[in-house]
Ligand binder design. Structure first.
Ligand SMILES: NC(=O)c1ccc[n+]([C@@H]2O[C@H](COP(=O)([O-])OP(=O)(O)OC[C@H]3O[C@@H](n4cnc5c(N)ncnc54)[C@H](OP(=O)(O)O)[C@@H]3O)[C@@H](O)[C@H]2O)c1
Length: 246
């Protein structure tokens, strides 16, 4: 096991990739602080390794309370080597729908919450000259698709923030990782038909941990083959892209 993820916070640990990451980390010996709102689901995750998983019911959009919880977790874990931000929201947006409250939820959870946790981790790890920060962004941040503008915007912003953080901190020994999954079989994609190359949350978690374990501040698609698709998608000119419906 890499020592950089010995004591780790996972935000968004109650389901999907965050839950899979928490279980896999605990299985390989990490002490994990599992953070999310749904305490009952956190308890289910904890039951898989009660000695190694510690649960914290918390709404990450409550950004003013993040510093106090961060310090409490660091104290209760007896240090910190890694932060994984897996929390995310993607409410369904109907054709012709423009609902600001849904957009605000995505900005709060996908972006502002991530910044609140990652800034604290970056400051701590930069001072320690060690540590790993993993953000789960998305292929959705690579282009402004028409279906869910705010989701795409939050993921584009998260990807750019992580790139900047990597450029800022990696020279001080901090491993800043951007994971950009394609479609993963989780609550977020439940009921969506015909998803290309759908993988399980466990497979995604394994691939994300492999990116983090490289210790070279990697940014990568999950799985890698999405890189080819996105290279093509990014090359489509805007006047063509706006006529597409995916
Ligand atoms: N599924 C995909 O195809 C896919 C593809 C690319 C990227 N992603 C990204 O991957 C990440 C994980 O998503 P997932 O697919 O694993 O979906 P998921 O099963 O719905 O997991 C989302 C997690 O975020 C947490 N969360 C949501 N709002 C929160 C809040 N206000 N405070 C604290 N935690 C909150 C949820 O916990 P609570 O509800 O218990 O709070 C849950 O643990 C997200 O960032 C998503 O955007 C997903």
């Amino acid at each position: 096991m890499t020592s950089s993820l010995g004591k780790v916070i996972v935000v968004g640990a109650s389901s999907g990739m965050g839950a899979a990451l928490t279980r896999q980390l605990a299985r390989r010996g990490s002490s994990v602080a599992a953070v999310a709102r749904r305490a009952d689901l956190l308890d289910d995750v904890r039951a898989t390794a009660p000695d190694r998983i510690h649960t914290y019911a918390f709404d990450t959009s409550d950004v003013d309370q993040v510093p106090a919880l961060f310090e409490r977790i660091v104290s209760e874990l007896g240090g910190l080597d890694g932060l994984i931000y897996a929390a995310g929201a993607m409410p369904p947006i109907a054709e012709g729908e423009y609902t600001f409250d849904k957009d605000r939820t995505m900005v709060d959870v996908n972006l502002l919450g991530a910044l609140a946790w990652m800034n604290l981790a970056a400051a701590r790890f930069e001072a320690a000259r060690a540590g790993t920060i993993v953000g789960i962004s998305s292929v959705a941040g690579e282009r402004g698709r028409r279906k869910n503008p705010a989701y795409a915007a939050t993921k584009a912003a998260l990807t750019t923030y992580l790139e900047a953080l990597r450029n800022r901190c990696s020279r001080y020994g901090v491993n800043v990782v951007t994971a950009k999954p394609g479609f993963v079989d989780t609550d977020m994609t439940k009921g969506m038909p015909g998803l290309l190359w759908l993988i399980s949350a466990d497979e995604a978690a394994t691939r994300i941990l492999a990116l983090a374990d490289r210790q070279n501040s990697a940014s990568g698609f999950v799985p890698k083959r999405w890189g080819l698709v996105l290279a093509i998608v990014r090359s489509v000119p805007s006047f063509v892209f706006r006529r597409l419906n995916f």
